[in-house]
Design a protein around this ligand. Sequence first.
Ligand code: 13P
Ligand code: SF4
Length: 298
Amino acid sequence: MERIEQLKKERDAVVLAHYYVNDDVQAIADYVGDSYYLSELATKVTQKTILFCGVAFMGESAKILNPEKTVIMPDAEADCPMAHMITVKQILAKREQYDDLAVVCYINSTAEIKTYADVCVTSSNALRIVKALPQKNIYFIPDENLGSYIAGFLPEKNFIFDKGFCPIHAAIKKEDVEKARAVYPDAIVLAHPECTMDVLDSADFTGSTSAMIDYATASEAEAFIVCTELGIFYELQRRNPAKRFYPAKDGQVCPGMKRVTLAKVADALENLSNPVELDEAMRQKAVKSLAKMLELAQ
Ligand code: 13P
Ligand code: SF4
């Protein structure tokens, strides 16, 4: 940890981390947050190097928005399977099929997919952004669960989905929530909108990782059942040492996020390894959908 602090100065680097990475990595990060906070923050930091402790789409988004900065990743293989659950061919087919179509792309997607989107969203701003779009037809990719959740608030829109999902959140079943409630009857159930609709229907609160942390912190309840990746427990417990937090089931672990270790953070800073490199023509197209998100999320 001391070496990392020293390297941050030597490399003029800032360390950004998502709430799902290992506890010790969150502890050495300069900023920890949800996907929207981190992507917006990446446009404001002054250091010349950004070390992104998260999965590939997060580092890519930081680089797309900040081509002049060096963006490095602790682990080149840390990836999000959902980001690959949509193809360019599927998008082009929908554009052929529908007039008045907005392609709304969850930030959990590849840089190439972002070049074909009209706007990007994260779980914390998707509702606000889709509501502000003039188009009636909303092709929401790749996460069908987040899209279905948003669709419930916007009956005036026609949502179109394909079969994308987060394997970690989709594995949490309504029965898991019911069993956990039976064990902890006083607990409040918090769920991430990447969970399936039946889990969200049985939850007391649905929101992004940051929103869940804020809700638990403001709540007078003492116990919570948490339907998202276990990394969030570090910040939940840090901010609320007297409250109790329980996972809904075993195995709420994102393998991609867990590839980011303290040793790899030190190595990446030492060697400036795993730089995010993008074709400039592609970056210039991809930046439009991310910039649109930053504009509409205000
Ligand atoms: P948020 O932190 O934006 O809620 O996203 C969760 C997630 O799955 C990131 O991959
Ligand atoms: Fe992707 Fe799910 Fe991991 Fe988030 S938790 S990075 S959506 S696999």
